[in-house]
Design a protein around this ligand. Structure first.
Ligand SMILES: *Cc1c(COP(=O)(O)O)cnc(C)c1O
Length: 374
């Protein structure tokens, strides 16, 4: 049991302290190795992580980069998406998904989600396609794989790329197929709070397309063809060697942490569903990794206040849909997206991570059930 400074029970939303404590000697010696090799930018520690993460996720090739947002824009640019193009994006996602589309000069076109797994609605994607549509950017939100089978079928032969935002779904699979293997490329974030988190910002692109890989490799490092020759206008979107070294250490434990998250989600599901609450329904054959655990309530402010008063952190992912955000509303033309809007006002995220203990989870559930209304 964890306690705050006054000795009260305290349940953090993500318990990084316990994770770091568990791995401290190994993490520090990985950092020392980077310092001793002075391999600060990209280099052998990044390359080792790229190989390890490719085999973990079943990707042909992984390219590390500075963060999960530029991972998306690099993947889009490498797939040939740019000025004047339209990219279909679910309105229910983190703002970075749409920002990255704008960063390459393309226009995000927001569509609604389906109410079971809260993933992009394939039927609405088809309705939103125009002659300018060059890509669809589905998001495996909360670590639950979006079922992209229908979408892939519907887009076949239309010249529309699928780029998967897998920032929350490291290691999730659907009917034996890893997330990230449906489209031209998939992108990951290793923000510290993600299932696999660095000691700072970091991200990656996974792809089986050699041309995309070659372009990403150049674009992330100043457009270099070789040390002194720049054949495209590139960026500095590189990953630090330190982040690669930290991620390689943590990756060895990720399967176990994801397994623990699934066990926690199953315990949440069984008690919350039997009390009449709606929680996420992963698609058939999914092995989710539950980056977040969300549940719908009709009295969210009260629930969050009661949790907070009892030392329990909670979150909302996300309360303001992208088509209602000040930065993006002008792109939506005032359209309403009913499923997105309904759940944005109802969802609350409860603590879940590789280090949440069962008795602490029971305390979260008891506190939640004492205040929440379906
Ligand atoms: C975290 C996240 C990103 C952005 O990743 P950063 O590493 O913070 O840039 C993009 N999309 C989704 C769905 C995310 O959760």
């Amino acid at each position: 049991m964890k306690a705050d400074t006054l000795g009260r029970r305290a349940i953090p939303f993500v318990d990084l302290a316990r994770q770091i404590e568990e791995l401290r000697p190994e993490l520090l010696s990985a950092l020392t190795a980077v310092v001793d090799a002075r391999a600060f930018i990209q280099g052998p520690f990044l390359e080792a992580f790229e190989r390890d993460f490719a085999s973990f996720t079943g990707a042909a090739r992984v390219l590390g980069c500075a963060n999960g947002t530029v991972a998306i824009s690099l993947a889009l640019e490498a797939a040939g998406i740019g000025i004047g193009d339209e990219v279909i994006v679910p309105a229910h996602t983190f703002a970075a998904t749409a920002a990255a589309v704008c960063h390459v000069g393309a226009k995000p076109v927001f569509v609604d989600i389906e109410p079971a797994a809260y993933a992009i609605d394939a039927a609405q994607v088809v309705d939103a396609v125009t002659p300018r549509t060059k890509a669809v950017l589905p998001v495996h939100l909360y670590g639950v794989p979006a079922d992209l089978e229908q979408l892939v079928d519907q887009l076949r032969g239309k010249g529309i790329s699928i780029i998967e935002d897998a920032a929350q779904a490291h290691g999730a699979t659907l009917r034996g197929k890893p997330v990230g293997s449906w489209g031209a490329a998939a992108t990951y974030s290793f923000y510290p709070g993600k299932n696999l988190g660095a000691f700072g910002d970091a991200g990656a692109i996974a792809t089986s397309d050699d041309m995309v890989a070659t372009k990403v490799r150049k674009l992330r490092d100043h457009g270099r063809q070789s040390k002194y020759v720049h054949d495209v206008i590139g960026y500095n979107h590189r990953m630090d060697g330190m982040q690669g070294a930290i991620l390689s250490v943590k990756l060895k434990y990720l399967a176990r942490w994801n397994e623990h998250r699934r066990a926690l989600a199953a315990r949440y599901d069984s008690r919350l569903k039997s009390a009449g609450f709606k929680t996420i329904q992963p698609p058939r054959g999914a092995v989710p990794v539950y980056h977040l655990y969300i549940v719908e309530v009709s009295n969210r402010d009260t629930v969050q206040n009661v949790l907070k008063a009892n030392g329990i952190e909670s979150g909302i992912h996300y309360p303001v849909p992208l088509h209602r955000q000040p930065a993006y509303a002008h792109l939506a033309g005032g359209r309403t997206l009913p499923v997105t809007e309904r759940i944005a006002s109802r969802i609350v995220s409860l603590p879940i991570c590789g280090h949440l203990q069962d008795d602490d989870q029971d305390y979260v559930i008891d506190t939640f059930l004492a205040s929440a209304k379906p």
